[in-house]
Design a protein around this ligand. Structure first.
Ligand code: PMV
Length: 355
């Protein structure tokens, strides 16, 4: 391997599942028990640089300027080990990763993070892998990350190694408006939460059975751009998933008071004809699906809702892309030539004041 091939850089967007997965397959290998369908979110991005360096004895990983240790570092090293095995070398790496959104806010940072890491590490290792292969690498670290390789709408089928594209980002002019209710870390991570649910929730087998038909409804609704069908099926998928969490012993309860108030309010508004629908992942934040003409009204109502700290508008995003090796990481152009808004760090002003 030549020196020039040891650096890789990439950008990937977070994604939100419109049809959820919750639970791993008994087959192992981090395969999911049920199919899922996601939308890439253009406003939530991760940029990552990987440098394989013969002088390093261990992997060094920083996220948002903080050096990782313990379990988060082990997850990244395990990911790099799989890439090293494929490339046939043992060089350790220096990894630098930045999110343009608060990492602890429960906004799917592992999805964008591992999709960007897989893409950057493969480039640094001199491997030329298809999106499907990169998706498989990302999925082994975080199942939802497998979907972040693809633009627009993507599918990760049950017990399937890699995700696939369903429809490009211009297929449907919708937006996902994120209402941040708490920016704190989750009480229990998604992997631990789903293992516990599978073990202790009496309804879990029913969830596995019904998830396929809810997924089919979301999929055909997206294909036909049928807002009402997607709204009803997406909300049903969300409630089914959270019902298994809540009925675990002890419960895994991510929803907060403002989350539930918003569920009521969104139902009320949709009954009056507004195109709005909710979904929540393993956290209390509410993501509101709406159509392009209704974005401003949705932002206004969410901003006026008690308990909502911040609102972020996301449009259907691109897939992962490598970045130019020239200049600072955060200013590097995407190799797919896609024009994206500037990548600015969250709380830049506060950082500047602190330094
Ligand atoms: O794959 P993970 O560990 O990021 O878990 C994702 C779980 C949900 O976000 C709740 C559902 C999903 O399909 O993304």
């Amino acid at each position: 391997m030549t020196t020039s091939k040891r650096i890789g850089r990439a950008e990937a967007c977070a994604n939100i599942a419109l049809a959820k997965y919750w639970g791993k397959s008994d087959l192992g290998d981090n395969l999911t028990a049920v199919p899922s369908l996601s939308l890439s979110l253009d406003a939530l991005r991760t940029r990552t640089e990987v440098v394989f360096d013969e002088h390093l004895e261990h992997d060094l990983v920083s996220m948002g300027g903080q050096e990782l240790t313990g379990r988060p570092l082990e997850r990244v090293s395990a990911h790099l080990d799989r890439m090293r095995e494929r490339a046939g070398f043992k060089l350790r790496a220096r990894v630098k990763s930045e999110n343009n959104f608060p990492t602890a806010a429960g906004l799917a940072s592992s999805a964008s993070g591992f999709a960007a890491l897989a893409t950057a590490a493969a480039q640094a290792a001199g491997l030329s892998l298809s999106k499907g292969e990169l998706s498989s690498f990302a999925r082994k670290s975080s199942a939802s990350a497998g979907r972040s390789l693809f633009e627009g709408f993507a599918i990760l089928d049950a017990e399937t190694d890699h995700s696939q594209a369903l429809a490009p980002r211009d297929h449907w002019d919708v937006a996902m408006v994120v209402a941040v209710i708490t920016a704190g870390p989750k009480p229990i991570g998604s992997t631990g939460g789903m293992e516990h649910t599978k073990r202790t929730c009496p309804y879990y087998p029913a969830w596995e059975q019904v998830a396929r038909s809810v997924f089919d409804q979301v999929k055909s609704g997206v294909e036909r751009r049928d807002f009402t069908q997607v709204a009803e099926a997406m909300e049903h998928s969300t409630r089914l998933m959270h019902a298994t969490m809540i009925s675990s012993l002890p419960p895994v309860l991510y929803l907060k008071g403002p989350t539930v108030e918003l569920m009521h309010e969104i139902h009320r508004r949709r009954a009056l004809g507004e195109p709005v629908a909710y979904t929540m992942d393993a956290g209390p934040n509410v993501k509101v699906l709406t159509t392009a003409p209704h974005v401003d009204a949705t932002v206004a109502f969410l901003q006026a809702t008690p308990g909502v700290q911040r609102v972020i508008v996301c449009r259907p995003g691109p897939g992962a892309s490598t970045l130019s090796a020239a200049g600072p990481l955060l200013e590097a152009a995407r190799d797919d030539d896609l024009a994206m808004p500037a990548f600015s760090l969250p709380n830049t002003a506060a950082r500047g004041m602190g330094s």
